[in-house]
Design a binder for this molecule. Structure first.
Ligand code: SAM
Ligand code: DTB
Ligand code: SF4
Length: 330
């Protein structure tokens, strides 16, 4: 099946009966992941070229505006207060510091600035401050993105009014695997927030993590869940788990690099018009592996030397990589 043969989903993610009205069944996505590597990459590259300039890569810079001390127990995360990871809780950053950081990101060439907070969700008082940040960053001429956890009614509308372009909220893993990784909230909670974001007219950024013991079937289920959303996310971050000492997932079996590339290719084929972001984990990847991810249809990266609490390749390194590959950063 290809995207032009796809059936249109009419159900919301909450009401959709599993696999009944789906564009992509888990079996179909798993079949993609099992294709001969060259066939899979060829198909992904064909789909990519139908919708995007194959040599352009979007660049988003991340800033942790509120680090550590989070109430949630996500098994991969350095910022959960329940774990001893060496990441201490810090207060919300001041507006001026955030704006300065956004200015620097713009000077380096980023087109989007993404602000992340280690919250289960924002209190209304927190949101007042973030609304001010979104407004000022937007005024710099950058696209804006925030990732603040679960939203209450009315909060997405306030963010939209401030000029928010994207809200990042990942489904993180396969539905069947979710409660092995996170117990303090459910996938349904996440989907409800995504519905609020959509209803407010904000673009959705949602993806997940590879390397949490999900297996090939789990990766297929995660991609199918994203691709079958009533409107698939405009931006799909695919993270490779950054193992953090002190978390339950430190020491998890690492995923073969080619399987990571296959996951990117499956995201590209099943969500042809979405930006697919080669997200966390690039510091542990060779230039050659990253090049395969671009060939598989990744067309966005996190840009700048820091993710939230861990390192990312610095801008100079990425510029050299882009030069070697003839890629243009946008
Ligand atoms: N607290 C908010 C939330 O959970 O949505 C926002 C920040 S949270 C750190 C954003 C996303 O970063 C997570 O959903 C997860 O996909 C990703 N992430 C966090 N730690 C990671 C790690 N160690 N390796 C890879 N991705 C990670
Ligand atoms: C996403 O999918 N990946 C980003 C962003 N959304 C917020 C976060 C990656 C975090 C990697 C580990 C860390 O730096 O703490
Ligand atoms: Fe908190 Fe987000 Fe980390 Fe989960 S992923 S512990 S919600 S900061």
């Amino acid at each position: 099946m290809n995207s032009s043969e796809a059936t249109v989903v009419v159900h919301s993610p909450r009401s959709r009966p599993a696999d009944l009205c789906s564009r992509w069944s888990v079996d179909q996505v798993e079949a993609l992941l099992q294709m001969p590597f060259n066939d899979l990459l060829f198909r992904a590259q064909q789909v990519h070229r139908e919708h995007f300039d194959p040599n352009a890569v979007q660049r988003s810079t991340l800033l942790s505006i509120k680090t550590g001390g989070c109430s949630e127990d996500c098994g991969y995360c350095s910022q959960s207060a329940r774990r001893d990871t060496g990441v201490d809780a810090e207060p919300l950053m001041q507006l001026e510091q955030v704006v300065e950081s956004a200015r620097a990101a713009k000077r380096r060439g980023a087109s989007r600035f993404c602000m992340g907070a280690a919250w289960r969700g924002p209190k209304d008082r927190d949101l007042d401050a973030v609304v001010g940040m979104v407004r000022e960053v937007k005024q710099l001429g950058l696209e804006t993105c925030v990732t603040l956890g679960m939203l209450k009614d009315g909060q997405a509308e306030r963010l939209k009014a401030a000029g928010l372009d994207y809200y990042n909220h990942n489904i993180d893993t396969a539905p069947e695997h979710y409660d092995k990784v996170i117990t303090t909230h459910s996938l349904l909670d996440r989907l409800r927030t995504l519905e609020k974001v959509r209803a407010a007219g904000i673009k959705v950024c949602s993806g997940g993590i590879v390397g949490m013991g999900e297996g090939r079937r789990g990766r297929a289920a995660m991609i199918a869940e994203l691709a079958n959303m009533e409107t698939p996310p405009e931006s799909v971050p695919i993270n490779s788990l950054v193992q953090i000492d002190g978390t339950p997932l430190a020491g998890a079996e690492t995923v073969d690099g080619f399987d990571f590339v296959r996951t990117i290719a499956a995201a590209r084929i099943t969500m042809p018009t979405s930006y697919v972001r080669l997200s966390a984990g690039r510091s542990e990847m060779s230039d050659e592996l990253q090049a395969l991810c671009f060939l598989a249809g990744a067309n966005s990266i996190f840009y700048g030397e820091r993710l939230l609490t861990t390192d990312n390749p610095d801008a100079d390194q990425d510029e050299r990589l882009f030069d070697r590959l003839g890629l243009t950063g946008v």
